[in-house]
Design a protein around this ligand. Structure first.
Ligand code: SAM
Ligand code: SF4
Length: 433
């Protein structure tokens, strides 16, 4: 069969879709050139916010009307359970985020409708990667690698623990073997994935910093990234691992969610504003250019103007390099959903816009400090906005673009040195040296 996978949501979903692609290829199916050309279309869904779920369900509804075999996978399936077939009566199959490994068998059986919501199982194919159709693209040299699945944190607003199940850490040897195999295939950069990767602990006691040290030894691999992190994981052991492992990128995505201690306590985040700042300071004491990015929720139940202002001042005090702002969306079954969703939509919108404007200002200020420095950049390919330019990222995950007229043109995945000549809020512009 010709298949196509349409992915919504976070990097974990992108990774799960890749694993399904690999499993389907291994079962003899072929990736189509697009959804129109496919016999079977799979939609990988997100449910972290209501809007995200609606998008995936809406897309699946449209696809079902085309008469193709349509499958839904991912977080929305686990949340909706059997309701998924009430919303989508023509859906062929639905599988939860811990049982995507069943998809090849479901297609082989061809008995529809089929629902597998799963529980805490470890999906088959967690480490499978597609091999075909990527040559010459950044996807051929960059790979996500799942190190942990599920989450045991239970932040008050978050549905992830309900849909992705309990935390499970993959054995370190399995992760090392997977990354070694990717590096042998030409992968230059891996990004390790988990909801709270710094909590990683292998059954043999391997900590996350220890895992980084083992990955650092893999030949051919140039860069190691990871996401997401919790401030409690910014230990001395982590900082020493950064110091000893030059392949580990000087960037941490450290979601803060709020700058108000009252809201942080209500969210059950288990750190204060001061502790978050101390974690950032520890990283910057090691490397003043260390890049810290974050996630923020605006309009959490009971968030006052004062709480919101505390978030604004914290992001400035921490010198956040980039931020992703989300408008609070109540998720059924979470602790926060029992509280009134009392910040009006227009006020959530306003707070979102204020934080975006702050980020533009702060992004420009922070990037301006890098003008005149030389950044080591991994080439990703032509810039999206101007195909004549090349684009890539520095170790801090900052986007760098430069005139791509050099001959020979550096290949995708190469590390080049770029002197920064201009700073913008979201990108750096320079000249290759
Ligand atoms: N595990 C990560 C962490 O500890 O922060 C993030 C996982 S979550 C899938 C990604 C982001 O979605 C969160 O950092 C949070 O900002 C946002 N998010 C989660 N639940 C939300 C909700 N109910 N409404 C709005 N945003 C939400
Ligand atoms: Fe959700 Fe908190 Fe787990 Fe992140 S750590 S996935 S925000 S419960």
């Amino acid at each position: 069969m010709k298949f196509w996978i349409h992915t919504y949501g976070c990097q974990m979903n992108v990774r799960d879709s890749e694993a399904v692609e690999a499993l389907l290829e291994a079962a003899g199916h072929v990736k189509a050139s697009g959804e129109d050309d496919a016999d079977v279309v799979i939609v990988n869904s997100c449910t972290v916010r209501q809007k995200a779920e609606e998008k995936a369900v809406g897309k699946s509804g449209y696809l079902c009307s085309t008469g193709k075999v349509v499958g839904l996978m991912g977080c929305a399936v686990k949340r909706l359970g059997a309701d998924v077939f009430r919303k989508l009566p023509k859906l062929s199959f639905a599988v939860g985020p811990r049982c995507f490994g069943l998809i090849p068998k479901i297609l082989a059986d061809g008995r529809y409708p089929r629902l597998e919501t799963g529980d805490d199982e470890v999906p088959e194919g967690l480490g499978a990667h597609p091999v075909t159709g990527r040559a010459g693209t950044f996807a051929a040299v960059q790979s996500y690698v799942t190190v942990m699945i599920g989450c045991d944190n239970r932040c008050s607003y978050c549905i992830v623990p309900d849909v992705r199940g309990h935390e499970y850490c993959r054995p370190p040897d399995e992760i090392i073997a997977e990354v070694r195999c990717l590096a042998e295939r030409g992968v230059r950069e891996v990004c390790l994935l988990g909801q709270s990767v710094l909590r990683y602990r292998g059954a043999d006691g391997t900590t996350f910093p220890r895992l980084l040290r083992r990955l650092q030894e893999i030949d051919g691999l140039a860069r190691i990234r990871f996401t997401s992190a919790h401030p409690s994981g910014c230990t001395d052991e982590l900082v020493v691992a950064y110091r000893d492992c030059p392949k580990v990128c000087r960037h941490l995505h450290l979601p803060v969610q709020s700058g108000s201690d009252r809201i942080l306590a209500d969210m059950g985040r288990r750190y204060t504003r001061a502790e978050y700042l101390a974690a950032v300071e520890k990283l910057r004491a090691f490397d003043p250019e260390f890049s810290v990015t974050t996630d923020v929720i605006v309009g959490y139940p009971g968030e006052t103007e004062e709480d919101f202002e505390a978030t604004r001042t914290l992001l400035d005090a921490a010198g956040i390099d980039n931020s992703f702002v989300f408008k609070y969306s109540p998720r059924p079954g979470t602790r926060a959903a029992a509280k009134p969703d009392d910040v009006p939509q227009c006020e959530k919108e306003r707070r979102d816009q204020v934080l975006l404007a702050d980020q533009e200002r702060r992004g420009l200020e922070r990037n301006s400090r890098l003008v005149g420095t030389v950044r080591e950049v991994m080439v990703e390919g032509p810039s999206k906005r101007n195909k004549a330019r090349l684009a890539g990222r520095d170790s801090g995950n900052r986007i760098v673009v430069w005139d791509g007229a050099e001959t020979p043109s550096p290949s995708v995945g190469a590390l080049v040195r770029v002197r920064i000549t201009e700073a913008h809020p979201q990108i750096l512009v320079g000249i290759m040296v």
